[in-house]
Ligand binder design. Structure first.
Ligand code: 6PG
Length: 470
């Protein structure tokens, strides 16, 4: 049976096992490799027919089982382990074999690995895979980047296993080098932003309208049936229904309010800063996870500072405003992430097509949402659109919902409810749509204390003034 399996997968953890079974379900033969005997055994049992899906703990047997050019996907934790796995495979590989890193690797690591392997004749792909364990099993969104010619060997398998949106596969070749990992990184930055916004709205409904968990469940479920239809709104509605198996009441009320992170949201923010692209809805989502981690200090500070008594709002009025504000701030968050992608594409030579990215995010991934069909259309209508807010098809969507964001940000500020994602989204919108900002004063200050010069509205050139006449 040597040399006949279509696809190899290294790392038979939850994601790897689900992904390889998905490959086998789609009539490709697949071979897995993991050092853990139990994981290999579990896959062989679950896979059933070993002529379709098999696995081993021996690297040599694994590599020899695969047809040429070998297509080997790694689903192992990002970091040093990816390098270790690559080194372990290398001596057994042939020229033109393909290695695909399906983890959340940092994009510069992917560039380094691609350069290292290309001189050895091996094609290296960074492919973001989104959708969690269920997505890996039933159809994820896949974001591959690497060598365009080599992609043809991977394409049929990825297209078969990926999620489908109205029959179209949620995978496409994105661009050279680390384009795939970069797009997945920004996907996760947007994910952080949307999660922060849905949690702020939950806080507003709970504190401002005294919504109980059943009402929260119903409200998010109603929204999911409308223009806010999205995976995150859907699971949020389900979360409010979940009973606590270890005690009374609903589980959500027992969960510690400290959110962890593996780093992809932070990388998005850091890189946006490097590129000079503002993504404040993502930045604040990272900061809020950091603030949430300061639980002990928050408990102490809560006792030291009083906060306003929350003035209650009518439930129906609040729910309507919340739906509009959430829709508005979702648009702003996608706009920021996509703006970053457009800019990164120029900076790193990715040749990204934003419409194609929005298209493969319409199903399978964590940030899938009805809104992405509209976003795809907007970028298809104008491929060079710098920012979603400049699309005429979004003007009305934003105009009819921004008022609710204003009302709720003002209400939250007055009542001491933190809504930084919502307020950052609103502030970004107000700043981005201002023809005149007060940054003329900053230029004057810079020139005053550092002779940094300034430009003028009415004359070409660079100017300096001796401001301090004393
Ligand atoms: C996905 C997710 C996935 C993972 C996040 C969690 O698209 O399937 O983004 O990659 O759940 O990395 O990230 P944090 O641990 O940083 O929240």
């Amino acid at each position: 049976m040597k040399g006949t399996y279509d696809f190899g997968l290294v790392g038979l953890g939850v994601m790897g096992r689900n992904f390889i079974l998905n490959v086998a379900d789609n009539n490709f033969t697949a071979f897995g490799y993991d050092l853990d005997t139990e994981k290999v055994k579990a896959l062989r049992e679950e896979g059933g027919d070993t002529s379709k899906v098999d696995a081993t703990t021996k690297v040599e047997d694994f590599v020899q089982a695969l047809s040429l050019p070998r297509k080997i996907m790694l689903l192992v934790p990002a970091g040093q382990i990816v390098d270790t796995v690559i080194e372990g495979l290398l001596s057994y590989l042939d020229k033109d074999d393909i290695i695909i890193d399906g983890g959340n690797s940092f994009f510069t690591d992917t560039d380094r690995r691609e350069a290292y392997l290309s001189v050895k004749g091996i094609h290296f792909f960074g492919a973001g895979v989104s959708g969690g364990a269920k997505g890996a099993r039933l159809g994820p969104s896949i974001m591959p980047g690497g060598n365009r010619e080599a992609y043809q060997y991977v394409k049929p398998i990825f297209e078969a296993v990926s999620a489908k949106y109205e029959g179209e596969p949620c995978v496409t070749y994105l661009g050279p080098k680390s384009a795939g990992n970069y797009v997945k990184m920004v996907h996760n930055g947007i994910e952080y932003g949307l999660m922060q916004l849905t949690s702020e709205i939950y806080d507003l409904l709970k504190k401002g309208g005294d919504f109980n968990n059943d009402e929260l469940h119903q409200t998010y479920a109603n929204w999911n049936a409308g223009r806010l239809q999205s995976f995150l709104v859907e699971i949020t509605s389900e979360i409010f229904e979940q009973d606590d198996d270890l005690g009374e009441g609903r589980l959500v009320d027992k969960i510690l309010d400290k959110a962890k992170q593996k780093g992809t949201g932070k990388w998005t923010s850091q890189n946006a800063m490097d590129l000079g692209i503002p993504v404040p809805s993502i930045d604040i989502a990272v900061s809020m996870r950091e603030i949430s981690a300061l639980k002990e200090e928050r408990l102490q500070a809560d006792k030291m500072y009083g906060r306003p008594k929350v003035e209650q709002m009518d439930k129906a009025v609040l729910a309507k405003l919340a739906e509009e504000a959430l829709y508005f701030s979702f648009i702003i968050t996608y706009a920021q992430g996509l703006h970053q992608l457009a800019d990164a594409s120029k900076e790193y030579g990715y040749e990204l097509e934003i419409a194609e990215i929005a298209k493969i995010w319409r199903a399978g991934c964590i940030i899938r949402a009805g809104l992405l069909a509209d976003i795809t259309e907007a970028f298809n209508a104008d491929k060079a659109l710098p920012n979603l807010l400049l699309s005429p098809s979004f003007t009305e969507k934003v105009q009819v919902t921004v008022g609710a964001a204003r009302t709720l940000v003002a209400y939250a500020a007055k009542n001491g409810i933190p809504v930084p994602g919502l307020s950052n989204s609103l502030t970004y919108f107000d700043a981005y749509t201002s023809s005149r900002l007060p940054l003329n004063l900053i230029q004057a200050q810079r020139d005053y204390f550092g002779s940094h010069t300034y430009e003028r509205l009415d004359k070409e050139g660079v100017f300096h003034t001796e401001w301090d006449k004393k």
